[in-house]
Design a protein around this ligand. Sequence first.
Ligand code: PBG
Length: 334
Amino acid sequence: MSSYPVGQFPVYRPRRLRQTAVMRRLVSETQLSASHLVLPLFVRSGRKLRRPIEAMPGLCQLSPDELVREAAAAHEAGVPAVLLFGIPEKKDAKASEAYATSGIVQTAVRLLKKELPELLVITDVCLCEYMVHGHCGIVRQGKSDGRVLNDPTLNLLARTAASHVEAGADMVAPSDMMDGRVRAIREKLDELGFAETPIMSYAAKFASAFYGPFREAAESAPKFGDRRSYQMDPGNALEALREVAMDIEEGADIVMVKPALAYLDILHRVKKEFGYPTAAYAVSAEHAMIKAAAANGWIDERAITLESLLAMRRAGADVIITYAAVEAAKWLAA
Ligand code: PBG
């Protein structure tokens, strides 16, 4: 059966169902609610620290105590989950702080789960913030071409994920784009008795200029080269489907497409092809662009933010990771 009524009825007038808000809601195909939103937060050590991130207006690097306050306010506003990124005190060539029991993310997770047990805590699993060179994996000794060594990196990623879960994380989200990391993490978690802990994989993550402001926020810009040897070519849609298929096969529970707005076609195809729980990450520059235009009075921030989020839902996102989660939740409740 076709979904187009044209020709089937003598007079089809779509306007009939647009007359009142009640009618429009009655037949609306896509719902946006705060229950789908995840707020990313940046944590670093210290006390009473709120260090503003210049390229991401309204966002700060937070010390654990401030993180708890921020997370509590988000939860209060109706945001069910946070995604944690850590900025360590020191970086080295094997990302030691990424999987240290007393690392910043592990510390923050323990505190969050103690203070806000109802809040879903997801942790980003990657090494770039913890590596001196800023790449997402181990870099070949003596080379500075930005190539990372895939297989030797897997064990470090699995250890990192395990340390987050041992600290109490409810879900882990590997964002490194190494091949085989979902399986490595899954096996490690199962082995440690965390068979029930889900993995949200950054499955189709493109090598995107839209991550610029984030790299300032997380202090994770690569010191040489770029991430194109492990992140995806922005023109490749079929490869994105293969990446997603691989992560599902390896045990991912939620697959993510990133960035969001410029990649809604990918999101749509992923949802259609796999019918899997799917996430969209509205990344840092997407946020910065809206904030900048709004600050100039050029756009209606609220309307544009909500319309963008709705478009992600329509394209196939179940979960939306967005820096505007708290504002959106408040607007949706108003
Ligand atoms: C870490 C990571 C990045 C983002 C999330 N996890 C940056 C990158 O790949 O360079 C980007 C998020 C954003 O721009 O909001 N690998």
